[in-house]
Design a protein around this ligand. Sequence first.
Ligand SMILES: [Fe+2]
Length: 483
Amino acid sequence: MQSKAEALIRSTVLKGARAVATFNRNRMPTPDVPHPFLSGIHEPLKAEVTLTDLAVTGVLPPALDGRYLRIGPNPVAPNAAAYHWFTGDGMVHGLRIKDGKALWYRNRWIRSNAVADALDVAPAPGLRHLGFDTVNTNVVAIGKRTFALVEAGAYPVELSETLDEQAFNPFDMTLKGSYTAHPHRDPLTGETHAICYEAPNAGEIRHVVVDDEGKVVREQTIAVEHGPMIHDCALTGRYVVILDLPVTFSMKSLVAGHDFPYQWNAGHKARIGLLPRHGSQDDIIWCDIEPSFAFHVANSYDLDDGQVVIDVCAYKTMFAGSLKGPDAISRGLERWTVDPVTRTVSITTLDASPQEFPRPDERRFAQRYRYVYSLALPAADTDRFLGSHVIYKHDLELGTREVHDFGAKRFPGEFVFVPAAPDSAEDEGFVIGLVVDMANDSTDLVILDARRFSQAPLASVRVPHRIPAGFHGNWAPTAAANV
Ligand SMILES: [Fe+2]
């Protein structure tokens, strides 16, 4: 853990580095080809709209009463020379579903100071943390509240039902530092766990637990080296799983003016940490793993013999070359089995097809589970990262995979499982997400029957414009609704 003196030195150095970075960014030559994450399926929208007359194909399940919310980068005025996909101004999209009807669609920028300046509107009120306020990665319900989230710096942004009211809110002032884009709620305890890091503090990460009222009840610091980018975490009945992998803060990238100062670091030892849920850093069981990277965990759980299973979408490296976005071909869906006695990790391939955004039935989170849904990634090298027209349903018990193919020029994003009822079986419910139709310059919210995964959708709601490929989406049920 860094001392106060070290923190002060680092903070001062970073301020200077940021000034040099701004100078260098402004001197970067404008590229003569379109930026891959500012064009095609990533081209940003230019306006906010509210639509209430939405065409529905099929029958929307009456059980669905809530909002599908999804967020992603939608930069207002990007500097194409320095732009990285992960750093674009956030825009949240929402569709309200009730009584078999699609009541509205809204898209709203997260009102950071820069967005507010560009749009000439008031910025979202609330405290900024360390000068960061771009929030673009996930939008989640915690208790009865909705928050837009990002990692590495900015505080969460609380959103109103219609997305129109926004406020930076460090969980009612109970959060001391940054948060994460991937908190995970343990359905058995109601606690939401996260591993958090922040760019100016390379020597420390934090385990943060938030209760169902949206208040921090634990914030435990953990010493690390090199400022690892820790995008996701996992939970088992006993442990919080820490992915300390070799993508770390890069002062060189920052000073050069690049928006995203994280790079593959071959000098950073890859390791998995098993933190007892109520333990301190001295209790962590660190286990070596061959150099690998994973943005996202599907799920994790304890085996009877004491080992720990972690299912992830994995890569051999990440950010080893490109400064614009993810630059490695996915190694597929893998099972990392951690032995806390030998402190080793064995890697088994569950499905070698490139894929991302793995999602389980979250009622099974931190427990044994059977099904995971994921988005296929292009098998060939692509500079846009996304671009497949296929999603998967994996049956991990049978070792089988079903495919839903949306067809040519139709590009799905992350799909999330929504149970049909609170007590329904693990795959009894709906799989929901956005599909961009590039041929028609439109987007569909598509609802599949999880048990008839490959068949035609139950329903789709047409949004008459292209929603740029983004990051994460979730179903936010109306408070009183079952689903
Ligand atoms: Fe993510």
